[in-house]
Design a protein around this ligand. Sequence first.
Ligand code: ADP
Ligand code: MG
Ligand code: MG
Length: 491
Amino acid sequence: MSQARFASCIPLPIEHKALVNVIEKARDWGLMHGVAMRDKKHFNKDVIQVAPFVLLPSPFPKTEFEKAVELQPILNELMHKVAHNDEFLEHTLQNALQVDEFTKSLYDIWVKVRNEGITQPISLGMLRSDIMLESRCPHTENQCAKHTPYCSWKQVEINSIASGFGHLGPVSREIQSYILRQLGHPDLIKNMPENKALSGLCSGITDAYDLFGVPSAVILFVVEEVSYNICDQRFHEFEIAEKRPDIMIHRKTLNEIFEETTLNDKKQLILDGRPVAVVYYRSGYEPAQYPSQREWDARLRVERSTAIKCPSIQYQLAGTKKVQQALASPGVLEKFMGSGPSTSRVRDIFTGLYSLDFDENGERAVEMGLKDAEKFVLKPQREGGGHNVYGAEVREALQRMRHSRERAAYILMERILPPLVQGYVIRPGATMPPPVVDLVSELGIFGVIIGTSEKIFHNRQVGHMLRTKLADADEGGVAAGLGALDSPYLV
Ligand code: ADP
Ligand code: MG
Ligand code: MG
């Protein structure tokens, strides 16, 4: 059986001269509108280059897109409840903590601040639920009524920290609209859904700021030592600066936070003499971002403070792969959501997710993975791309870890096989014109939720982003250099 395929939005290939011409224009358009990143290989703070992008928007079924948009507030609320259920988080993460030092360090901060007493009951969740269409029909010979050429979408993961592309998502729609106009297809733009992710995410930050309610307070972005994805981050600042010129925004690394902030007697986080209302993490999700105890101390200080954190530490724990797997276990969703129609809608988006704990279920999952390694992805408790294990290596890893406690730090997930579409990927420095290649996409839906364990103040879906990669690539992170910016073309 050949893999399912969508037709591209216009017939390919594009005639050589027109193609070269439109790419040249689009690259300049991109550079001048922030479709750009810093170069990892030849880093120079003052230089940005165009980010990899797909020339034409990739087809995505309208009904599935709308389903994802509608479901987001339900997923937001689920994550909010999970983050506030101490017992569930403790129980779910218990085995992984024994072998995963990074998750353990986050967990220890959570325990410490809980024991000291919560100073800020409000959390700000800026979530991104990542999904892929599943082209493998569970029915014989792809004969189900729905199969055209997908069955439905499945969740890859949900991110609760540093969910990027609030700027790069919307601007991908703009660059592809420009390209379609240049190619003489302005009529197609209407099939690209509006995307207000940047203003939507920033409104989450400013709503939290207003709830904090101290007029002299500032906003703090926690950033890496070197930010490659600088346009995406800075546009959040520019957006807030434009809409709310009354608010001062700082960008600091964890190390700078260690050196430059204090807690006052009211547990306010003080920076430059002013209290911090909102801390927005664009760093702090992987071990390399905590090179010394200073960074961990800074994180603890922020968590102890009255600042509203995006995410607060329990939200970060709720975003782990282990929690995603536990939510897919029988009966667990019902505990959080009851047994109404929303629960079955959420259950429908889960693909096979298996624990590798040392129990009957874990043993069964190991057997399954050893038998059909190619059907699975092995995932540790990490974020930011590049940590998962695929294909034959799943078998090797399972063989190696079979009798080691290390395996409890991983989950086993069924591999999703999305439908293909042909297209052109434009990369900085690549030969021109690029070849027509087979691509697959991953859609991210953004959600904002603000509330306490008792009350939810805001809960909304705020936009989307699409990343596309070569069909035979395992991962598709754009910042990691594997994926390319894209936007959905609804069919
Ligand atoms: P991270 O938190 O590091 O982004 P992900 O779970 O999103 O981890 O995995 C990284 C990438 O690996 C995804 O963007 C996707 O391209 C690929 N991937 C992850 N899980 C699956 C899956 N079940 N099926 C197919 N591809 C997957
Ligand atoms: Mg992630
Ligand atoms: Mg991901």
